[in-house]
Design a protein around this ligand. Structure first.
Ligand code: DSN
Length: 428
């Protein structure tokens, strides 16, 4: 993809003068993001346009309230910015209502609790070690202490969501809210099945599509519309927007959602983020974004195949989306050791629990990888065998404590990545 670029030395002229120390750190991060193979599935590269929008004077403005109903004056432009973002979200996702003000995914989910449950009410969500998110009622989160979190998981034999368990728990516990979606789910989410269960027990179904929003926008994953009552998403993962979030819903829930976000949970929206969300949604509506979303999935499938061919155990045996969860138990290398070795080799992943993990969350058995970022740089399926080879060589090097091998891979990675300039980054 072609993106306008500035040279590294010219990219932050004011910052370089005002705060050279900070400017140097930003420059170093730009270099790191340019040189490395970024495989964390929740990360991406935003376009130069999205990046520019986040750095505009819109950030100087307070705008508590909603377009046409603000508690501050001077909203002539801000109202239009927010309306653009809202209308684009409605069009891209085919929803009746969109709120683009949540600061990020966790506040967005908390707003859903505020809208549809009272403290102490029961909520049903996927357990964090099974692939869910902290805010789906996990114990250490406020959502698991202020509410009564009941958790479902995956089947031990297939690692797929156990819908018998979801239905049984829903019938027995009568949750006010059911969350579906997660952070380490490599397979298609069956929104229709969740919707049927939620309707049966009269629960509000919240589909947390943070990881797969871009795939849904691009037609590479089924949509939660019309099965979910509320859709929660961050905007910075596969959707390739700024760090922010949105809550979308049926028109009948619009008032409850809006009231929960403001004044229920938040003050002034981050208008520079809202603007960048609008830009990202315009990009997501373009035909090229469909190609991107499908390429992300094709790359993940190709990478999964190449890893399977090298004898790696993948949770659920592969992937349907952007994410691959590798269980390293058979390789006798803990996830954290592998992740740190990969980092030294220029391959950035995160260590992650696998379902039924006998190890602790801070030292688990797996690593989680994904293809949104490398696809944004234009790598295709032909490169996935090489990526799998680098992962394999790095894991083997970690097992042997072979730092020299990691250094060699680091050089190979930097050389290849130089041929695939990243969107939004200045050139060297
Ligand atoms: N940080 C998100 C992720 O990495 O999946 C979850 O909060």
């Amino acid at each position: 993809m072609s993106q306008p670029r500035m040279s590294r030395s010219l990219s932050h002229p004011a910052l370089s003068v005002a705060d050279p120390e900070l400017a140097a750190l930003v420059g170093a991060e730009e270099q790191l993001q340019a040189d490395t193979l970024r495989l964390i599935p929740s990360e991406n590269y935003v376009s130069a346009a999205v990046l520019e929008a986040t750095g505009t004077v819109l950030q100087n403005k307070y705008s508590e309230g909603y377009a046409g109903r603000r508690y501050y004056e001077g909203q002539q432009n801000i109202d239009q910015v927010e309306t653009l973002a809202v209308e684009r979200a409605k069009a891209v996702f085919g929803v009746e209502h969109a709120n683009v003000q949540p600061y990020s995914g966790s506040p967005a989910n908390l707003a859903a609790y505020l809208a549809f449950a009272e403290p102490g009410d029961t909520v049903l969500g996927m357990a964090l070690p099974m692939g869910g998110h902290l805010t789906h009622g996990w114990g250490v989160s406020a959502t698991g202490t202020w509410f009564r979190g009941v958790q479902y998981g995956v089947r031990p034999d297939t690692a797929l969501i156990d819908f018998d368990e979801v239905r049984d728990l829903a019938r027995k516990e009568r949750p006010k809210i059911i969350f579906c979606g997660g952070t380490a789910v490599p397979r298609t989410i069956d929104f229709a099945a969740f919707g049927e269960i939620a309707r049966e027990v009269d629960a509000v179904l919240v589909a947390d599509i943070a990881h797969i929003a871009g795939l849904i926008a691009g037609g590479a994953h089924p949509s939660p519309v019309p099965h979910a009552d509320v859709i929660s998403t961050t905007t910075h993962k596969t959707l390739r927007g700024p760090r922010g979030a949105m809550l979308m819903s049926r028109a009948s829930h619009a008032k409850a959602v809006d009231k929960a976000v403001f004044p229920g949970l938040q003050g002034g929206p981050h208008n520079h983020t809202t603007a960048a969300i609008a830009v990202a949604l315009r990009e997501a509506a373009a035909p090229s974004f469909r190609d991107y979303a499908h390429a992300v999935v094709a790359n993940a499938k190709a990478l999964a195949e190449a890893l399977l061919a090298r004898g790696y155990d993948l949770v659920s045996g592969g992937t349907d989306n952007h994410l691959v969860l590798i269980d390293l138990t058979s390789k006798e290398v803990p996830g954290k050791v592998a992740a740190k070795a990969l980092d030294r080799a220029g391959i950035v992943v995160n260590y992650n629990t696998v379902p039924f993990d006998p190890r602790k969350p801070f030292d688990p058995s797996g690593i989680r990888i994904g293809t949104p970022s490398l696809t944004s740089r234009g790598l295709g399926t032909d490169r996935m065998p090489l990526v799998a080879e680098w992962i394999d060589r790095s894991v083997q090097a970690a097992a042997k404590g072979d730092e020299g091998a990691l250094t060699v891979i680091r050089g190979e990675v930097a050389e290849l990545m130089a041929a695939y300039p990243a969107p939004g980054l200045p050139t060297a």
